[in-house]
Design a protein around this ligand. Structure first.
Ligand SMILES: O=C(O)[C@H](O)COP(=O)(O)O
Length: 243
């Protein structure tokens, strides 16, 4: 049995302000910093040790990874950062307040943008100041690869490409991995791992800063999964699944 640990970054300052974030590179809130520290304490207490860690190129996920690994005295392990683990791109919604957006476009429309699989939010214009294709961290992307908006299917495609290229081979070689990523990145990965159909994913939310442990068989098929707290597996009814 192989254990894989997923963690959504701690609460960010735009989670706190209820803003659409996507690829915007915002910091963790003070609460998010504390969540990440607690996650490291929990993982260390339960004897987890990682051989490597994977994260996005967004600081809320990178800092979460660093804080967790610092608490575990594992800052020395290799870590890999890829844009392919970035949060789903929220297009022209990035920076807008979710409640104000719902007032303007209606709750149903915002829910579809946030939780459907195949509906993309309005796209960014390449002239928009939020369009960051020229940022050094995205140097490896061709212009046509840089998203102007994404639905969950788009996110799933790039996450699975990274899974096949970097994660699955490492797991199959016996490595214990930590993936520090984002709400929709992990929704996409969980959808794939648990074979959740498109019409079954809308209500799945990943809470911030709580280690999600996947026990996988030798074919990397999930045996079971659970959130890990200081006293061990957290009962389903105690998981804060706020949307
Ligand atoms: O990108 C964001 O706004 C959040 O990290 C996830 O937002 P969502 O829960 O609205 O998809």
């Amino acid at each position: 049995m192989i254990k894989l640990v997923l963690i959504r970054h701690g609460q960010s300052v735009w989670n706190l302000e209820n803003r659409f974030t996507g690829w915007t590179d915002v910091d963790l809130s003070n609460n998010g910093l504390e969540e990440a520290k607690q996650a490291g304490i929990v993982l260390k207490k339960h004897g987890y040790v990682f051989d490597a860690a994977h994260t996005s190129v967004l600081k809320r996920a990178i800092q979460t990874m660093w804080i967790v690994l610092r608490e575990m005295d594992l800052l020395w392990i290799p870590d890999y950062k890829s844009w392919m683990l970035n949060e789903r791109h929220y297009g022209a919604l990035q920076g807008l307040n979710k409640a104000e957006t719902a007032e303007k476009y209606g709750e149903e429309q915002v829910h579809l943008w946030r939780r459907s699989v195949d509906i993309r939010p309005p796209a960014l214009e390449r002239t928009d100041e939020r369009y960051e294709a020229s940022a050094p961290r995205y140097r490896s992307l061709r212009e046509e690869e840089f998203p102007l908006t994404e639905n969950l299917e788009d996110t799933e495609r790039r996450v699975l490409k990274y899974w096949q290229k970097a994660i699955a081979p490492a797991l199959s070689s016996g490595q214990h991995l930590l993936i520090s990523a984002h709400g929709n990145t992990l929704r996409a990965l969980v959808k794939y791992l648990d074979r959740i159909p498109a019409d079954g994913i809308a209500d799945l939310n990943i809470p911030t800063g709580i280690p999600l442990v996947y026990e996988l068989d030798e074919r990397l098929s999930p045996i079971r999964h659970y959130y890990l707290g200081i006293d061990g597996e957290i009962p389903e009814e105690k998981i804060p699944s706020h949307i």
